[in-house]
Write a protein that binds this ligand. Structure first.
Ligand code: AMP
Ligand code: ZN
Length: 504
């Protein structure tokens, strides 16, 4: 099966052949942990997980690293060399205020003026959200989700190398900058030229340090600042690294190679972040950095760009709690919602669209539940091997191998679902579970009070009914209704759906 992906670097579809098959080395730009991640961020992360799961489905051995940015990000990060205020400073002030007004959970952050505690708090919240949404990376060893603050020496080594080979210089303001003129390919990813960037390129290079730089697009590698909240000793004075250098350093260090297969991020990462990553990494090693650059388009809410000022800005927690829909949303329904549109088209999130996702997810769950029940009644083993050449699995893989054509792949899933009863239940269940190794929507392993708890109650209702204990069955049904579920009596037993609009 030939796999092809759209490569931002070549602006076209290319056959995907890993450097060292069956291994595939992937680096994803991860969250900045100065606040709770929003659903736009999670579109990029769910895409990264879909890519990984598909490559595993296609029998690749994926090595994935997603960083956690806890230093280096500035409020004006759209500028080539960053600028504005340290985002961690903003976070510390916000957490201090939240703590004072009792809005933080007890013990979440004991000392809100400690930036490390604040970063740890938001990083923990991110990992919790990522687990709820079924991101495999969140269950892996910590070195697959490296924190920038744990890898400062690797960044300093890289900066040292760049100074040594004249790709970086110490400027009159004491900071270390990358010299874009030293790298002829600068601009290739984003389609910028040094002339356009010199002319200002839409305000993207008008930072605060123009007077000391050799070219306006030169970007920061190390900033000495004795007053910075987080700072480290260095040959260039105590200070902190630029945002771009951290991803180059962690990608090469933790994936253990100069050339990786795929680097991902949202479309806003193309310039300056990824352009700068390519320049630094390639100049330091003399090798190409990432062979494929894949970028997700933005998520829209009700047709509009999500922004705080429009009031259509949602965190994962807010969506799950029902802020957009009026009642709680199952985390895997949100996952399905975030992955169901092609990654290179805008995804338009709305209550109606989430409701449609809930119905699709429910169809898959009801079918899997019915098959499991049938197999249990037959006393048949629940797991069988399924031939990867099975027509539904082969067609699903073929759709995804065409630049992750998720629409085509979901079409295959629901076509097959409509006629799955032509197959034996054991094989049908095996097919559905194999498809779910990529979709990851069948089970929602939320903690107590969540979906797992509701499923357990459904089974208890069925058992009570079988034992003719209708009083218990009715009590459990009422408890589920009170918790926001619609309780359905189906041929395969009791199932629940999240009620998506408030009961009026
Ligand atoms: P940040 O935490 O701001 O560095 O963003 C983390 C990731 O989310 C980056 O890869 C961004 O490109 C991506 N991202 C940010 N906003 C959106 C959005 N509205 N839709 C899709 N991806 C986004
Ligand atoms: Zn990055």
């Amino acid at each position: 099966m030939a796999i092809r992906f759209y490569n931002t670097l070549s602006h076209g579809l290319e056959d995907f052949l890993p450097v060292d098959p069956p291994k595939v080395y992937i680096y994803n730009c991860g969250p900045t942990v100065y606040d709770f991640a929003h659903i736009g961020n999670f579109r990029a992360f769910v895409f990264a997980d879909l890519l990984r799961r598909f490559l595993e489905f296609a029998e690749h051995d994926v090595q994935q690293v997603m960083n956690i940015t806890d230093v280096g990000h500035m409020t004006e990060d759209q500028l080539a060399d960053g600028g504005g205020q340290d985002k961690m400073h903003v976070a510390v002030e916000r957490v201090k205020t939240a703590k004072k007004s009792g809005k933080l959970p007890d013990n979440a952050v004991t000392d809100p003026s400690d930036p490390y505690q604040v970063a740890r708090y938001y990083a923990g919240a991110f990992v919790d959200d990522a687990k709820l949404l079924g991101l495999k990376i969140a269950d892996e060893a910590a070195d697959h989700m490296p924190r920038a603050t744990d890898h400062i020496p690797a960044m300093q080594d890289l900066i040292g190398k760049l100074i040594e080979n004249d790709h970086a210089y110490l400027a009159a303001d004491g900071a270390v900058y990358y010299s874009v003129q030293s790298f002829p390919d600068y601009g290739r990813l984003s389609g910028n030229t040094l002339e356009r960037l010199r002319a200002g390129a839409g305000g993207r290079v008008q930072g605060e340090h123009q007077a000391v730089k050799r070219h306006p697009a030169d970007f920061l590698l190390w900033k000495p600042d004795p007053h910075h909240l987080m700072k480290w000793d260095s040959p260039w004075g105590a200070g902190y690294p630029g945002w771009h250098i951290e991803c180059s350093a962690m990608a090469m260090k933790l994936l253990g190679r100069s050339t990786i297969d795929i680097h991902t991020g949202g479309e806003d990462n193309i310039f300056p972040h990824h352009e700068c990553e390519i320049a630094q990494s390639t100049a330091a090693t003399g090798q190409p950095f990432a062979r494929f650059w894949m970028h997700t388009r933005f998520l829209l809410v009700d047709g509009q760009k999500m922004s705080k000022s429009k009031g259509n800005f949602y965190t994962v927690r807010e969506i799950l709690a029902g802020k957009l829909t009026g009642s709680p949303v199952d985390p895997r329904v949100l996952r399905y919602e975030l992955l169901k549109a092609h990654y290179r088209s805008n995804l338009n999130l709305s209550a109606k669209s989430i409701e449609e996702s809930a119905i699709q997810v429910q169809r898959l769950r009801v079918t899997a539940g019915a098959l499991r029940k049938k197999l249990a009644a037959l006393d048949a083993p629940a797991a069988v091997e399924v031939d990867p050449a099975h027509p539904a699995l082969a067609a699903f893989a073929e759709a995804l191998s065409d630049d992750l054509n998720i629409g085509g792949a979901l079409g295959v899933v629901f076509d097959w679902l409509g006629r799955h009863d032509r197959e034996g239940p054991a094989q049908a269940l095996a097919v559905i579970e194999r498809l779910d190794s990529v979709l990851a929507v069948l089970d929602s392993d939320t903690e107590q009070g969540g979906e797992g708890d509701a499923t357990a109650k459904c089974r208890a209702i069925d058992a009570a009914r079988d034992a003719k204990d209708f009083e218990t069955a009715d009590r459990l049904r009422d408890e589920l209704r009170d918790a926001g579920y619609v309780v359905l009596n189906t041929a395969s037993g009791t199932v629940v759906e999240r009620r998506l609009t408030s009961p009026s």
